[in-house]
Design a protein around this ligand. Structure first.
Ligand code: HEM
Length: 363
């Protein structure tokens, strides 16, 4: 019986290889005729990678629509956001969808990254894809940060002043880097145009290009990490139609949640930023995904706590992929051999969440 199943699975794999040579389309590559059922099990993948793709699509579509009305000018940006919100038909919905899909993208990518670590999927042959993923995570944070700055209202003062000044604290290269990023020695029109260019072109292009590479690599690395074929005898497989059906269902659910959130909770809006924003600095707040950095900065030296510690956290996440021993048992949560990586990534996540919570409670 066992050998019969092994032969069947072997036939499927041969079939996949043959048909993929015959019809080498991108869709075919991502959706081979059949895949092991475990690779599409929600309680294993959490669907977080797929939901991230969906959110990227919504962010791009709504962002493109906003570009028809948004004005990257210091004396008109905040007003153009108000125009989108209050005057343009359904502008409020488009803006709220853009805002919420961007916030949920950071959450979904974070959950997806943690699931990858906690199921041991970061190890070879997926190590390179893990690094691509971390790069995508950084791109998502920078996209969120630059998008938030585009509001150019009093609500973005922390990011504009404290956030950008952190660059200046870097020894030797700080001032040069600041001028390069902001197009001058203080935030102004040149800075707004640069943030806009990075947001709608530079970082978005990187997200789409590296994102497509990441998804392509998933299959190149043998599909989502599950036990090898000899240990999978007797386990069911699902067809590409069933996979597409589940993906469509997940997208419908995600759309429903996103629409409800976007209708009920408006994206933030504040008074336009004036040349001398008196009294604003006292209440200046970081965007929620950098609240932990704002809290760290209260501990002392800005270069140490605002630049080196976050950089160290990122480097430790990279190091996870090299931490011995490399997980041998794939396809399940918390494999024993992945304990060091689970502890490291878990501690970093708790560290960031605890600082964020501390910042929220101290408000
Ligand atoms: C915009 C960001 C991202 C998108 C759109 C994305 C998308 C995906 C998708 C669709 C999959 C296959 C389905 C799944 O596992 O849920 C996947 C797998 C994978 N992703 Fe990502 N991902 C992103 C970020 C990340 C991050 C931040 C990491 C690492 C920290 C990462 C590492 C991986 C790895 C190693 C796999 C293979 C998992 C396995 O074989 O079990 N990805 N990604």
């Amino acid at each position: 019986m066992k050998s019969h199943h092994a032969a069947l699975i072997f036939r499927y794999d041969i079939h996949y290889n043959l048909t993929s040579t015959m019809r080498p389309s991108f869709f075919h590559h991502l959706h081979p005729p059949t895949i092991p059922a475990e690779q599409a099990r929600l309680r294993y993948t959490l669907g977080a990678g797929g939901i991230s793709i969906f959110l990227v699509l919504v962010v791009i579509l709504t962002g493109m629509l906003e570009m028809f009305y948004y004005l990257p000018a210091v004396d008109g940006a905040a007003q153009s956001v108000q125009t989108i919100t209050f005057l343009v038909p359904f502008g409020w919905l488009v803006r709220n969808l853009h805002y919420w899909s961007a916030q949920l993208l950071v959450v979904a990518v974070g959950v997806h990254g943690l699931r990858v670590v906690l199921t041991g999927a970061y190890a070879r042959p997926r190590r390179f894809n893990y690094l691509l993923g971390l790069f995508l995570f950084a791109a998502c944070l920078l996209l969120d940060f630059t998008g938030y700055l585009l509001r150019w209202d009093t609500g973005v003062h922390w990011a504009l002043v404290t956030g950008t000044n952190l660059v200046k604290t870097i020894p030797q290269a700080g001032s040069w880097l600041y001028n390069w990023l902001l197009g001058g020695d203080q935030p102004g029109q040149a800075a707004l145009v640069r943030f806009y260019a990075w947001h709608v072109f530079g970082l978005s292009t990187v997200l789409v290009a590296v994102g497509a590479w990441h998804i392509f690599r998933v299959r190149r690395d043998g599909g989502i990490a599950v036990p090898p074929v000899e240990l999978r005898t007797g386990r069911p497989r699902i067809t590409r139609f069933e996979l597409a059906r589940r993906e469509a269902q997940a997208m419908l659910w995600a759309s429903a949640v996103l629409i409800v959130v976007a209708v009920v909770f408006p994206a933030p809006l504040a008074a336009p930023l004036t040349a001398s924003p008196e009294g604003v600095l006292a209440e200046a707040r970081a965007p929620w995904f950098f609240l932990w950095v704002q809290q760290l900065l209260k501990l002392g030296n800005p270069f140490l706590f605002g630049v080196l510690v976050p950089l160290l956290a990122f480097c430790l996440m990279i190091y996870v992929a090299w931490l011995p021993p490399q997980p041998a048992e794939l396809g399940r949560w918390l494999p024993r051999s992945g304990r060091p990586a689970q502890l490291l990534a878990g501690s970093l996540a708790v560290f960031v969440l605890a600082l964020t919570l501390w910042a929220v409670l101290r408000r």
